[in-house]
Unconditional design. Structure first.
Lengths: 111, 117
């Protein structure tokens, strides 16, 4: 059973549309990271959220950490083809010595 | 500098070969990780090293043998692999393991694309 569930699993949208990716768990996390990964490459860290209710913006990307630190969302405004990739959330729990990955969301932005 | 390097970029090997994957970071990180990833799936944790000692082994078959010669280097020795072991192998590092500091972050290398014939 995956500790972090992402939805949707696949998403194909037109350039210029907005989208939201969700990362949900029944467990509390000390922090959550969001990564974007292109085929054949390693994941690239986009952001880390630590405080419940925290909102961080990175250009057209907005990240939110749930108040209870059990979930997070990634919102992309006016998607561009360069946003295409696999989006992964990952978190560190208050106990345990590893990071837990979400199930992944594969995004395709069509020009 | 948040760079993690991995060599080789691509590797093709037969089931009787012995090969090694290498990973290096110069960020002073004390935790290093090996992950295996299949296409469009999340990375699966294989091993965690903390202060050059093996901290977690996620029940990985013995045909994969990790080694941490020093705080900057991490190797993965491969022997008698199976075709189903073909995947992208990712190395990552973090300042400490996840439990130690709250805003800990992992940084990944570009990966080694392994094909087992």
């Amino acid at each position: 059973t995956q500790l972090l569930e992402q939805s949707p699993q696949f998403l194909s949208i037109q350039e210029g549309e907005n989208l939201t990716v969700y990362c949900n768990s029944s467990s509390v996390f000390s922090s959550l990271q969001w990564y974007r990964q292109e085929p054949g490459e390693g994941p690239v860290l986009l952001v880390t959220v630590v405080t419940g209710g925290e909102v961080k913006k990175l250009k057209r990307l907005t990240f939110q950490f749930g108040d209870a630190r059990k979930d997070s969302s990634l919102h992309i405004t006016a998607a561009q083809p360069g946003d295409t990739g696999l989006y992964l959330c990952a978190g560190a729990r208050p106990t345990g010595n590893q990071f837990y990955f979400g199930t992944g969301t594969s995004l395709t932005v069509i020009p | 500098d948040t760079e993690v390097t991995q060599t080789p970029k691509h590797l093709v090997m037969g089931m009787t070969n012995k090969k090694s994957l290498k990973c290096e970071q110069h960020m002073g990180h004390r935790a290093m990780y090996w992950y295996k990833q299949k296409a469009k799936k999340p990375p699966e944790l294989m091993f965690v090293y903390s202060y050059e000692k093996l901290s977690i082994n996620e029940s990985v078959p013995s045909r994969f043998s990790p080694e941490c010669p020093n705080s900057s280097l991490l190797n993965l020795h491969l022997h008698a692999l199976q075709p189903e072991d073909s995947a992208l192998y990712l190395c990552a590092s973090s300042q400490e393991t996840a439990l130690v500091i709250r805003n800990n972050e992992q940084f990944f290398g570009p990966g080694t694309r392994l094909t087992v014939l």
